[in-house]
Design a protein around this ligand. Structure first.
Ligand code: NAD
Length: 292
């Protein structure tokens, strides 16, 4: 019988802890931590992500602000806003919601963010420091996955962890983190050119799936007793739901879950931990700014 790596419940616990800490600071007369976001265009998923980040910020007592721009906005306009936020002493951290429209060079935009305010952990300085195991902002989704594994005391030392997906924001950093001291996994990183994927995934004690393909991972790809972390989020039309859609992961849960020892549900697994990790990073930035 499998057990759930319950991201929703874990996130509530962590949010309560953050809210208590923030309350102590504001009761001492200090200002609240401030998280800002830059949102370009009207992509539905990006709007939802930013709205959730705003909502969670308010729940823990943070100030939050969103800088919204039309799809056709220029790279120069975004760089000006980033420069403003880099220098605004009342803003502890900010994010640029990705993806950006095709005419904007994403890496150019990310490179302009002051690493001290880069609470998404996407700048070369933060990613470089993460690789070195130095103090840094760890990208939110990989950090959330690590938090979830720790929270449920999943045994990782010497375990074979197979990660599917090598994106800069999920697969590559999580593979790095899980191979480091503290987690001590032996990591195999798979991607779209990997051969014999199923033969590799079947060896995984811990399988992290971040490939962006709905229900790709089926039962025959999973070893009995594996720990499965499903990062994927996909909206699929479902007329039987009030919302008109339901969420699927990269894992076919109706057949995979029963093979697992532990598994993240979708929704309510990695997603809530991603937002909480962003809040943790913002609190870390705030404490540094306020010398707490
Ligand atoms: P991405 O598209 O940037 O990367 C996908 C990766 O999967 C690539 O490295 C690619 O090589 C690999 N891949 C694709 N097809 C493959 C195949 N057939 N075999 C092996 N590897 C294959 O995606 P991403 O940004 O890393 O996101 C992955 C998924 O996670 C998406 O569904 C995304 O929506 C979701 N996501 C969720 C959260 C969260 O908070 N839960 C956060 C970020 C991303």
């Amino acid at each position: 019988m499998f057990q759930l790596l319950d991201g929703k419940a874990t996130a509530i616990e962590i949010k309560n802890r953050i809210a208590n800490e923030v309350r102590q600071y504001t009761q001492q007369g200090l200002r609240a931590p401030h998280l800002a976001a830059i949102l370009v265009g009207d992509d539905g998923a990006s709007q939802t992500y930013v709205a959730n980040k705003e909502k969670s910020s308010h729940e823990v007592g943070f100030t939050s602000s969103v800088y919204r721009y039309a799809e056709g906005t220029s790279e120069r306009q975004l760089l000006e806003t980033i420069d403003f936020l880099n220098h605004d002493e009342e803003v502890d951290g900010f994010i640029v919601q990705l993806p950006l429209p095709g005419h904007i060079d994403e890496q150019h935009i990310i490179n302009a963010i002051n690493p001290k305010k880069d609470v998404d952990g996407f700048t070369p300085v933060n990613l470089g420091n993460m690789m070195l195991g130095e103090d840094c902002f760890v990208p939110a989704t990989p950090k959330g996955i690590c938090t979830l594994l720790r929270h449920y005391e999943i045994e990782t030392e010497g375990r074979h962890c197979v990660v599917i997906g090598r994106s800069n924001i999920v697969g590559t950093p999580v593979a790095n983190l899980l191979s480091r001291k503290g987690f001590d996994c032996t990591v195999t990183l798979c991607h779209s050119r990997t051969q014999h994927l199923s033969a590799l995934t079947r060896q995984a004690d811990i399988l992290v799936v971040a490939m962006g393909k709905p229900e790709f991972v089926t039962a025959d790809m999973v070893k009995e007793g594996a720990v499965v972390v499903d990062v994927g989020i996909h909206r699929v039309a479902d007329a039987s739901r009030k919302s008109g859609f339901r969420l699927l992961g990269d894992v076919k849960h109706d057949e995979v879950d029963e093979r697992c020892s532990w598994v993240t549900p979708v929704p309510g697994g990695v997603g809530p931990l991603t937002i909480v990790s962003l809040l943790e990073n913002t609190l870390q930035a705030y404490k540094r700014t306020m010398a707490l």
